[in-house]
Design a binder for this molecule. Structure first.
Ligand code: ADP
Ligand code: ADP
Length: 229
């Protein structure tokens, strides 16, 4: 039994007469506590996979199982609860509340959690203890993304889904952010799934799922995930 299973998942978007086959039969497994990188060119289907996994969209066919539940069978109410309590999201653009401090941004997220992590410890885990009173505009891009990671983590979700979290950052800063996500995975025993189109970063993943034209191109397991230069 795997923590996450995609079984022959298909997703078709209908745009009037036109059908776009975003996913054409995608199957893969992810284990609890794995640091997973999903890579592939723009338009390959990466965000569609993450949106389905996060309960933000529904499958056209196939099944998705997470932690023993078939989430592809969930009704709207179950989906809402799943998104709220079980999944943490990190996006390319940090989506922080500009008129709240770093600490208040993280606090806000814990208010919708049944079992939040300690706010100060979570902020320390992303290396920003000295900046808790700063507003987002006072932080660099990489720092803002680390706040977004702390915010997603603080509600203590089962899995952390990150859609191009390094996409707006330069290579070195992006690498640091990915390292924070990898540390989070190791220390908090969270399953962390990260989308990137930057192939140079994939050696850091425990598992690398390559997607191409709505299909799985390859699934590689790294027995010794590496830091990259
Ligand atoms: P990636 O994240 O790898 O760039 P996406 O999952 O965003 O790829 O997109 C996969 C395909 O599905 C693309 O052809 C894209 O245009 C299409 N697509 C994604 N979302 C929608 C949508 N809401 N409506 C119509 N087509 C979509
Ligand atoms: P980047 O190179 O990512 O654009 P910045 O030049 O914006 O980074 O910021 C560099 C450093 O200065 C960061 O540590 C950031 O937190 C800090 N900083 C930037 N603006 C402010 C500010 N208004 N108040 C406090 N610290 C700031």
């Amino acid at each position: 039994e795997h923590f996450i299973s995609f079984k022959d998942v298909r997703k078709t978007y209908k745009m009037g007469e036109v059908e776009i086959h975003a996913l054409n039969g995608v199957s893969f497994d992810i284990d609890q506590g794995e640091f997973v990188i999903i890579a592939g060119a723009s338009g390959a289907g990466k965000s569609t996979i993450l949106n389905l996994l996060g309960g933000m969209d529904t499958v056209s066919a196939g099944t998705i199982e997470v932690d023993g539940s078939v989430i592809s069978d969930f009704n709207e109410k179950q989906m809402t609860l799943y998104r709220r309590y079980d999944v943490g999201f990190v996006f390319q653009f940090y989506n922080l509340v500009q008129n709240l401090t770093l600490k208040e941004n993280v606090e806000l997220a814990t208010q919708i959690s049944k079992n939040p992590l300690d706010i100060d410890k979570t902020i320390a885990a992303v290396g920003l203890s000295e900046r808790i009173s700063n507003f987002p505009a006072q932080l660099s891009g990489g720092e803002q993304q680390r706040v977004a990671i702390a915010r997603a983590l603080a509600k203590n979700p089962k899995l952390l889904l990150c859609d191009e979290p390094t996409g707006a950052l330069d290579y070195v800063t992006g690498k640091q952010v990915l390292k924070v996500l990898q540390d989070t995975c190791r220390k908090e025993h969270k399953t962390v799934i990260v989308i990137t189109h930057n192939l140079a970063l994939t050696p850091m993943g425990d598992k690398v799922i390559k997607v191409r034209s709505g299909q799985i191109e390859s699934v590689e397991i790294n027995p010794h995930p590496m830091d990259v230069d």
